[in-house]
Ligand binder design. Structure first.
Ligand SMILES: [Zn+2]
Length: 474
């Protein structure tokens, strides 16, 4: 049973009725967005009483059908049009020529055109002029028509899709280009240029200053050195709680029966390492500084959590065989870092910048996870993503995060509703997913687009943005 875009649908055998009024309201709203396609919800969460209510509707929308919101669009004729062909170098939007009615735009120093609508799939051509294909750009709103290297001279570099992408050597002016990095002095009062973005001071705040901080010699091993059977064996956290992580019972689990908390040994090792490292490095930083809360993983036989009680809490293809985990955000102004909404939210995503997010600790945590060659993709809320990108970029620049990790930021989110569902349900947790098998996945992406959350789901039609994290040594 597949949606028109080939996404596996949930619950082919029937649609459990949500137990809480909340779900009815939420689902109605979601259905209106069209983002869920024919997917439907699972849930009831058992007897847990914390505010994880919508919790394991989770990844629901990650199997969602196509885009729902248009963006960009053909030129409306305003402003002078430049003469730069797609793929040529630019400093300002006005350097770039329109093509077949599509407005020219300068993207980190390379001329492109704006797509007429959201990309119907990664690399689709229906929304673009000839000789280009449709993708978004990580951390940026809107959709772009990326020039094909086979059809255009490229001032940047050709990526895995054969698209002309900005390179380390291309850049443009923040004051006159829609997709350009800021420099000191470019941002309005009350905001700071961080990671190439003007970020509101109050949203992100000052960072920890120059790194790399404490040495942290006694961390648990990060990588699993065993064979495939050993590293892929489903295990549990033992002990369940330490100073740096807390695998507490939730979603109907009890302390004696944490049936939703089995994961691969390599993922357990990575999380033990990353949370221990954050705990060590971030002593004295603002925030509650407590252990990071862990949520759903898989059941003991590798099934989606909830399967054994007839209520699988995630779409088929994710949270199976211990490759995935949902975990809390590091937080400020809360007692702990359990899974809970970190923001004002509606329809399972943040509607404002998260006020409970410990941005710096969580960014450090993400940066530490990206040290691993086994991480495939990490999903966060779109509003949180913007802040985390800025903070992580700054932590890369100031030496807190390993350079390899900074070159392999596999962070996926939507800042606006692109219809791919990344931001649903991630208002109260982060989702970490490993590569299949037992091998590294070194590439930033396997196709030039961001990885989908689960197998059988489509690629998020968004290309990575190396301008956020890569700081070539002068
Ligand atoms: Zn998840």
């Amino acid at each position: 049973m597949l949606s028109p875009l080939g996404h596996p649908l949930r619950h082919p055998l029937g649609h459990p009725t949500p137990h809480r009024g909340l779900f009815g309201v939420g689902l109605g709203a979601l259905a209106l967005t069209g983002a869920l396609g024919a997917c439907t919800v699972v849930e009831p969460l058992g007897a847990d009483t914390d505010d994880n209510a919508s919790e394991y509707l989770d990844d629901l929308a990650s199997g969602a059908a196509g885009p729902s919101a248009a963006s960009g669009g053909p030129s409306s004729g305003s402003g002078p049009a430049g003469t730069g062909a797609p793929g040529s170098a630019c400093a300002c939007d006005s350097d770039c020529a329109p093509l077949e009615g599509f407005a020219g735009v300068c993207v980190y120093g390379v001329c492109m055109t704006k797509a007429s609508a959201a990309c119907s799939s990664a690399g689709s051509t229906a929304e673009c002029p000839s000789g280009s294909s449709c993708y978004g750009l990580q951390g940026e709103d809107g959709y772009l028509c990326w020039p094909d290297c086979s059809a255009n001279a490229c001032a940047g570099s050709c990526d895995a899709d054969g698209a002309c992408a900005p390179s380390d050597k291309t850049s443009c002016s923040y004051s006159c280009g829609s997709y350009c990095s800021c420099k000191d002095g470019d941002c309005a009062a009350g905001s700071t240029c961080m990671g190439g973005k003007c970020v509101t001071d109050t949203d992100v705040g000052d960072g920890p200053g120059p790194g790399p901080g404490p040495t942290c010699d006694n961390l648990p091993a990060r990588d699993c050195a065993g064979d495939a059977a050993t590293c892929g064996e489903l295990v549990v956290f033992d002990p369940r709680t330490t100073a740096h992580y807390d695998d507490y019972p939730l979603n109907g689990e009890t302390a004696n029966n944490q049936y939703r908390s089995y994961l691969r040994r390599d993922l357990r090792m990575l999380l033990d390492y990353a949370t221990a490292k954050v705990h060590c490095k971030s002593q004295g930083w603002p925030g509650n500084g407590g252990a990071l809360g862990f949520g759903d993983m898989s059941e003991s036989n590798g099934d989606v959590p909830g399967t054994s009680i007839g209520e699988p809490g995630h779409p088929k293809g994710t949270h199976t065989n211990g490759f995935d985990i949902d975990l809390g955000y590091y937080q400020v102004n809360t007692a702990d870092n359990k899974l809970r909404p970190i923001c004002e939210n509606k329809d399972y995503h943040c509607t404002k910048a998260p006020h409970l997010l410990d941005t710096w600790r969580h960014a450090l945590f993400l940066g530490t996870l990206f040290e691993s060659k086994r991480v495939r993709v990490i999903g966060v809320d779109g509003q949180a993503g913007t802040m985390l990108v800025a903070a992580l970029s700054e932590l890369c620049k100031t030496g807190w995060v390993d350079p390899f990790a900074c070159d392999h930021v596999k962070l996926a989110y939507e800042t606006t509703d692109m219809g791919y569902g990344w931001y649903y349900f991630h208002h109260h947790h982060t989702h970490v997913s490993l590569c299949p098998g037992n091998t590294p996945c070194n590439n930033l992406t396997s196709s030039g687009a961001m990885e989908p959350l689960g197998p059988g789901m489509s690629f998020l039609p968004v290309k990575p943005n190396t301008h956020f994290f890569h700081f070539p040594t002068p």
